[in-house]
Design a protein around this ligand. Structure first.
Ligand SMILES: [Zn+2]
Length: 162
């Protein structure tokens, strides 16, 4: 009788142990999934942060952007030329989520693919390239000729920073 009782207790402990392991594995998986989905941008500290491509200080509030890896690592840039060059040179880290500064609201970052873009021929980017202002899709002026991210990014000339 005593022996049977011990056997049952050991069996219960084994079941409890295996249930705990399954639960812990589930929690671990959830943590991994949640951390993988964090592709949020980080605030750019203008005048303090450095461009991850050209290593110059990010100073102009109208220009810049970020690339964020699936693991959540953030790379900051002072211009779209640098961002595109970095993406090209570090394809092993892709796919990136892309963000651009809101040119009309200093400090705010916009998702690159949903933002709208205005080409300003009288402006130059910090790298001497095309002056492109990025604007939230919610604050566009209907009379202006906005471009999409694909229009802009495919035409960014990375030769300006070589
Ligand atoms: Zn740069």
């Amino acid at each position: 009788m005593f022996l049977i009782s011990i056997t049952i207790t050991i069996r219960n402990l084994k079941i409890l142990f295996s249930k705990t392991i399954v639960l812990l594995m589930g929690v671990l998986l959830l943590v991994v999934v949640v951390s993988c989905e964090n592709q949020n941008p980080e605030k750019i500290f203008f005048g303090k942060d450095y461009c991850d491509h050209c290593h110059m200080t990010i100073a102009d509030h109208k220009f810049g952007g970020e690339l964020v890896t699936i693991k959540g690592k953030v790379f900051k840039f002072d211009s779209l030329e640098c961002m595109k060059s970095y993406e090209h040179n570090h394809s092993e880290l892709s796919p990136f989520k892309k963000y651009v500064v809101n040119s009309s609201l200093p400090g705010e970052l916009l998702e690159a693919e949903t933002a709208k873009y205005l080409i300003k021929p009288d402006l130059r980017s910090p790298m001497g390239g095309l002056g492109v202002l990025s604007i939230s899709k919610d604050s566009i002026d209907k009379d202006l000729n906005y471009k999409t991210w694909n229009d802009i990014y495919s035409n960014i000339d990375t030769r300006v920073n070589k």
